[in-house]
Design a protein around this ligand. Sequence first.
Ligand SMILES: [Zn+2]
Length: 309
Amino acid sequence: MGGVRPLSKVVNIPTAPFIADTFREGIERTGATNIPVGFNVDRCIAAYQYQGADALHGTVSFWSYFLDEVERKGIDPKSLGLRTIIGGAEGGANLVRSRIEEGFGCTAIEGMGMGEMSCVIWGECVEERGHGMHYIAQGNVHVELIDPITLESKTIREGAEGELVYSALHSQAMPLLRYRSRDNVRILTTDKCTCGRTGFRIEVIGRTDDMLTILGVNVYPLAIRDVVSAMKPEVSGAIEIQLEKPGPVVEPPLKLKVEVGENPGDREALKKKLETTIREKLIFRANVELVDELPKYQYKTQLIKKLYE
Ligand SMILES: [Zn+2]
C-alpha cells in the first residue's frame, strides 16, 4: 500500500525491537530488499548514498529525527533518493507529513498494528494519505469496537468512536481472542476509497492508558498536541504534559510545556492564546510554560512526563 515494490531497497528501522524481523519478512515478501541498520543515522545515510536504498520503514519520531540529522550534517535530504516512507506505530504522521515529504521529496504513509496480534492491521493508502488508515487485516485479525468504560460493543459506522478489540483468526498455540488494544479510534468512513480498497478507515484519538480525566472530561494527550500544533509556526508542535500524581484523574490546571517555534512573537500573548484555545476546544484549564526546546525522541515520542516516583 505504501509504495514498496520488488525493486525497492528498504532501510528497516525497528518500530518495536521484537517485531523488526516481522517487517523484514513483509518487505522481502514483496520482493524488495531489506536493509537493517538499527538506530544508527550514519549507517542509514550510507545505505542511501552507497547501497541505492530508496525507501524507509520507521516510527514517526524517527522520520523527523532522520530529517533533522541529515540537515544538521549539511546533506541535501533530496540527494538521498528516498522516495517511499512507511511506518508510524505512534500516531502523529499528519503533523509532520508535509515537512517530511517536502524535505526528502517522497511519500510518507502511516500504519498501525499490535505486536501481540499482527504488526500491520491498519494502513493509509498513498492516494488518500492523511485521511485515515484502512482496515487491511481481513481474514487475519477480526476487529470490534467497544465503549472502553461500559465494554459494550459498538456498530462500526461513520463517526463511531471506541476502543479496538482484536481476535486472531490464524494464530496457533496462543490465539488471543477479544483482546483489548487500548487504542481509541474514530471511524472516518466505511465507503470504498478512490484507491479501490473497501476496508473502513479510522483515525486514532488516543490510548486508554494515556487518557486523563479532567473535571470529568476525558482528554487524550494526542488531542492536546493537535490543538497546540494548529498554532504553528508560533509553536513547533512539541508538547510535554507534566503529571504530578498518577492519572487518570487530574486536578486543573493541567501543567503543560510547549516548545516555541521559529516565530513565537510576544511570549506572554502566546501563552495566553494557548491557554484560551485549549480551554475553548478541550474544555479544561491548562497552565502553559513556553520552553525553547523539548527532548527529541529517536524511537517514540513521550507526551507525558511523570514528576512522581
Ligand atoms: Zn485508500
